[in-house]
Design a protein around this ligand. Structure first.
Ligand SMILES: N[C@@H](CCC(=O)N[C@@H](CS)C(=O)NCC(=O)O)C(=O)O
Length: 209
């Protein structure tokens, strides 16, 4: 099994951390995004959208982080711990997977991308979307609850973690959100969790090479 990603990609991080948690033997391949490797024919043949992550498992090729989470959970998590099979639990996890690829991408992802990659977007608008997402949804939901769905960690937590944790790369402090901070720490303490690199540390490591 091969996972094509990049250390700064939160979308790839979700998939990588689940591979690590489930102890799935895999090869992690870094796609050279700054060099545009993801827009070359070989990569576009796997994902016509030219985005990471991509998972290749034999004759299965998947191009979306949340689809990859579902595939890995269904294939390797035989206890259905990470993705419940009952109607309510399954749908509740899906709610947060959708939040991860919609609202989290429009807010926290963009705040970080502007600062780290100079993405051409409106910083005030992205910060306002992040403020609303944290104030109206995550902080109240996580107040008095340990996990996004049910009484243990699920794919919902792994999917939502990456860009909320790393919004600090975009000089956005999470100090005002104690329940979110406590939840991030709980996710990081999951057995097998693979940390997501801090942006400044990644760029410093490039300079020291
Ligand atoms: N919905 C996709 C989004 C993937 C995505 O946006 N990946 C970014 C890296 S975090 C990317 O490859 N961007 C390059 C591009 O769009 O050109 C997923 O969840 O996997």
């Amino acid at each position: 099994m091969k996972l094509y990603g990049h250390p700064l990609s939160g979308n790839a991080h979700r998939a990588l951390t689940l591979l690590s948690i489930l102890g799935v033997d895999h090869e992690s391949i870094v796609v050279n995004l700054p060099a545009g490797e993801h827009k070359q024919p070989d990569f576009l043949a796997m994902n016509p959208l030219g985005q990471v992550p991509v998972l290749v498992d034999g004759d299965v090729t998947l191009r979306d982080s949340t689809a990859i989470l579902i595939y890995l959970a269904r294939k390797f998590d035989t206890a259905n711990y990470w993705l419940p099979t009952d109607a309510k639990g399954n749908a509740q996890v899906q709610e947060w997977l959708s939040t991860a690829v919609n609202e989290i991408m429009q807010g926290p992802f963009v705040v970080r991308a502007i600062k780290m990659f100079g993405a051409p977007a409106d910083l005030d608008a992205a910060k306002a979307k992040s403020d609303a997402l944290f104030t109206d949804l995550f902080e109240p939901h996580l107040t008095g609850r340990d996990w996004l769905v049910g009484d243990h960690a699920t794919l919902a937590d792994l999917a939502c973690y990456s860009y909320i944790a790393r919004i600090t790369d975009g000089d956005y402090a999470l100090d005002a959100y104690p329940a979110i901070n406590a939840w991030l720490a709980r996710v990081e303490a999951i057995d097998g969790f693979a940390p997501m690199v801090v942006g400044a540390d990644f760029f410093a490591s490039l300079k020291s090479e």
